[in-house]
Design a protein around this ligand. Structure first.
Ligand SMILES: [Zn+2]
Length: 425
């Protein structure tokens, strides 16, 4: 029997509307008790004085690159980066090689994760075979094998008839459909957001409308099909408005935002630096404000990183040739504190909800709370520790980030999965 007591932390659990200094008693991987001054006989002790103790953070959008691109990331290395970022659960997108579009690949990922990952890994299955946008993937058997949602992330489903049918099946199976919203005809050839900055830099633009038209299309189809629909990495102010509108009509529409989309605008880019190239692209200051506002108002439900590792040389090419995406697991808490909590935009309960209760609800995960009986997945973080991000120390196999060298106030301190401290400072 293994016992752990986390002493004296500020326990913040939105599921219980709890924000109080308490001890947490953990036995055999399960939360047993929350109380002041717990008996610690025979237990390992973690002193959390001055720290926030929250349910394990969930990142519902990461790319682990295994199988197929293990030089950039593996399930093992991505899970270690997640733990170092304060995440106890991550959901991996299906754009591996082969694509996770059938139960064999799903089972492979689940099995590799069980053996090599220090955090929980939940696979997301493809919407279409090979994520080619034509034939539907095998949702039912993938669900049995362990997927928690479907998405062709990275490759939007361009054919509305195909996405409508996928929504009908997803609704019948009660799994959410997550869309990477991008009309490829509108975004074709673009490398950054279309606007004054792209003109100034002489780069081809990706218009905001490429995101907006697909969000609009999908919301209309959500009304027809009744599916639980989720917008990945929302970045346009119009899209935020449309999701709020859909929610006001009672549709089961949710959305997530990445820290880079609510911290950086296109005008913050270092010119031609591939570490600022991602999809959707960094947009304008008004979009950054709208995404931040969406996280405050509830139009946006979750913070997700879209952790997208690319090995060293891939990002060292000319901007036009660089692949899209940045890593993000280790900087998510720091950036979110900086933009949401420290300026006083959200309470600590609301902040924690964006990483726990909300993503757990969207994906129907048995996670995201510290109620007695729940798995002891716990994120311990500081609100004021001064630190600087050094990507050369990252457990990730990739280092493509625009945040190397950025100073932070507050960030992850320890990560507990199933009652074991899997990472600490
Ligand atoms: Zn995407």
């Amino acid at each position: 029997m293994s016992k752990l007591v986390i002493k004296n932390g500020r326990v913040v659990d939105p599921a219980q509307n709890l924000d109080r200094i308490l001890d947490i008693g953990i036995e055999d991987g399960i939360v047993r008790e929350l109380a002041a001054d717990l008996n610690t006989t025979g237990a390992k002790i973690f002193d959390a004085t001055g720290l926030v103790v929250a349910p394990g953070f969930i990142d519902m959008h990461v790319h682990l690159r295994e199988p197929g691109f293990e030089h950039a990331e593996t399930i093992e290395s991505g899970a270690r980066a997640a733990a170092a970022g304060g995440f106890t659960s991550i959901c991996c997108m299906p754009n591996t090689k082969p694509v996770n579009d059938n139960a064999t690949v799903t089972s492979y990922i689940v099995d590799r994760a069980r053996r090599h990952a220090i955090v929980n890994v939940y696979p997301i299955g493809a919407i279409t075979k090979g994520s080619a946008g034509e034939e539907l993937a095998a949702f039912a058997s993938m669900k049995q094998a362990g997927i928690v949602a479907i998405s062709d992330d990275g490759k939007p489903v361009m054919n509305a008839r195909v996405v409508r049918r996928a929504m009908e099946f997803a609704c019948a199976l009660d799994i959410p459909l997550i869309e990477h919203c991008e009309d490829l005809h509108l975004s074709a050839g673009g490398d950054m957001h279309e606007g004054v900055e792209s003109t100034r830099l002489g780069l081809r633009g990706i218009p905001r409308s490429s995101e907006d038209v697909m969000v609009a299309r999908d919301i209309l189809l959500t009304e027809v099909t009744g599916v639980r629909y989720h917008v990945a990495h929302i970045s346009s102010h119009h899209a935020v408005d449309m999701v709020a509108f859909a929610k006001s009509r009672g549709l089961r529409v949710t959305s997530e935002a990445t820290p880079h989309h609510f911290v950086l605008a296109d005008s913050d880019m270092l010119p031609y630096d591939g570490n600022f190239k991602m999809k959707p692209p960094l947009r304008e200051r008004l979009d950054v404000k709208a995404v931040t506002q969406g996280l405050i108002s509830g139009a946006i439900d979750a913070v997700a990183t879209d952790h997208a590792p690319h090995a060293g040389d891939e990002k060292m090419q000319e901007f036009e040739r660089c692949p899209f995406g940045i890593i993000g697991l280790e900087t998510a808490i720091g950036l979110s504190l900086e933009q949401l909590y420290h300026p006083g935009h959200v309470s600590l309960l609301h902040f924690v909800k964006l990483f726990t209760t909300n993503p757990a609800g969207i994906l129907s995960l048995k996670a995201g709370t510290l109620q007695p009986g729940a798995p002891a997945d716990i994120t311990i973080f500081s609100l004021d520790r001064a630190w600087t991000y050094d990507v050369s120390q990252s457990p990730s196999k990739s280092s493509n980030t625009p945040f190397h060298g950025r100073p932070f106030k507050g960030g992850p301190v320890a990560t507990v999965v199933a009652g074991q401290i899997v990472w600490s400072l």
